[in-house]
Design a protein around this ligand. Sequence first.
Ligand SMILES: CC(C)(COP(=O)(O)OP(=O)(O)OC[C@H]1O[C@@H](n2cnc3c(N)ncnc32)[C@H](O)[C@@H]1OP(=O)(O)O)[C@@H](O)C(=O)NCCC(=O)NCCS
Length: 179
Amino acid sequence: MPRAFNENYPAEYESRLTLKNGRTVFIRPIKPTDEYLIVDLFNKLDDDSKYMRFLMPLNTLPEDLLFRSTHIDYNNNFALIALICEDEKDSIIASCRYGYDPKDNVTDFAIVVRDDWQRNGLGKSLLEKIFTIGKEHGISHFMSVIDSTNSIIKHTLRELGYTVKYSYRNGSTLVEVFV
Ligand SMILES: CC(C)(COP(=O)(O)OP(=O)(O)OC[C@H]1O[C@@H](n2cnc3c(N)ncnc32)[C@H](O)[C@@H]1OP(=O)(O)O)[C@@H](O)C(=O)NCCC(=O)NCCS
């Protein structure tokens, strides 16, 4: 009998993180029940952040993408979210993921931090955590297609100290991270 999702949930990756603004956020693996909070995060992103994350103008988050990003195996696919309590409700203020594609034998990664929470060290911490989790699951090579003008993610990856390689094609940049 297939195991229920909550049996796989890896609670050992839950943690608390104090940011540069002094606020403490709760970091945990994503759950299927987070769908509506992910939609809320998406709706609160500025257009520029949405574009840098998805590389296309999106008004709504496609259903299939929402499902795939919240229903994960916590092994080949992993995602961490950062949560705060806002207006007496939980809000996701950042999400960071990797996913292994067996067809192309590559693992892609992506991150987004809500605009009003950027520049507080969250992006750097989440990327470090997700790469470490990937490594624990046998993944040491990650890639992402980013907008060529996205100097912030380039700077963030450089600051993390991993080996990073860039290649350019059709106006986009392929970034590879070796951890
Ligand atoms: C890239 C991103 C995740 C960084 O998140 P963040 O929480 O702001 O990152 P941090 O606070 O950890 O900052 C990391 C570094 O970038 C710098 N930085 C962050 N935002 C910056 C900005 N707007 N301008 C200049 N530098 C910036 C920080 O100063 C820090 O550098 P430092 O360590 O030398 O001080 C965030 O900007 C974002 O969500 N962008 C939109 C989505 C995106 O581009 N995703 C990447 C492709 S998938």
